[in-house]
Design a protein around this ligand. Sequence first.
Ligand SMILES: [Zn+2]
Length: 329
Amino acid sequence: MGTLAEAIRQQAYTIYPIIQPADYPSLKTINFYLIQREGGLALIDAGVDSDSCMGRLEDTLKQAGADIRDLDAILLTHHHEDHAGLVPRLLEIKDIPVYAHRDAVPRLKMDRNFLEMRLEFFMRLYREMGCGEMGAERFARLEQTLRKAPQHALQAEINEIGEGDQIFGFEVIETPGHSPDSITFLDAAGRTAFTGDVLISGSSVNAIIDPTPNGSRLPSVSQQRRSLERLAGLGADILYTGHHEPIRIITGLVSDRISRMERKCEKLLKLIGSGISVPARITEAYYRDLYRTQFPLVMSEIIGHLDYLEEQGKVTKTMSDGVWHYQNA
Ligand SMILES: [Zn+2]
């Protein structure tokens, strides 16, 4: 009896969602979560770096009868700036342990070798995908980021967590695709999960192209597909997400997202079948004006889906004059 009661008590925790309005075009809110357990207080994600977001966190802590100095841990679902934004401010107040996936570390710390490798990766990628001028412009931007890196680097020890680890009463599940370091935190009852940006209600999620630590391209779209299937297979009742409303009809939304992926693939096969073979031209034909205004994002989408089609044996590619050409298999 004692042990069961003890187990249940240990599982009990309170979730305080912190909902920050977002001024991104396709995202209405940025969400992060204060978790209160007996004897502990943790954050899952840390919002954006702004005074208003900091104010919201302080108000929420007050509701929980606590303040920043009572925080015991910061758990990050991934390294993006709308998830790790307040970490530097919080660490200025208290040395709180930060936990993130191994692949988040060079990105959060803006490791110079890593960023240089990443710069080279994109330079070659855009060249080989036929991006010409647009690629060169983007490359200049990335170079600037590299120069400013020291100012934005997170100066903190990061505790690396990965698949199967237990942290603050949650199991870590690796769910890459949106980013290589995306992880999900599943509670001990298996009912509630905190999933970052793997699946968002009312908004599509981009699987963003990125290199591995040794410079090869991650299969972001097939990773994203597997991660979506993994979320559907958890059997959880609710997913607390990095943006928008929590998700309760999980398998329904997952199959909707997967069929969107498949529709995008069908459309790409048609474009390739019509004779457009260079990825930059395919992207232009698919996204029109967005090729210019949202270049890195839409390019990443098309390259990711081409990789996915190639993996399935539906397209092949050949190089001519240093540029890849895709054909239907
Ligand atoms: Zn993200």
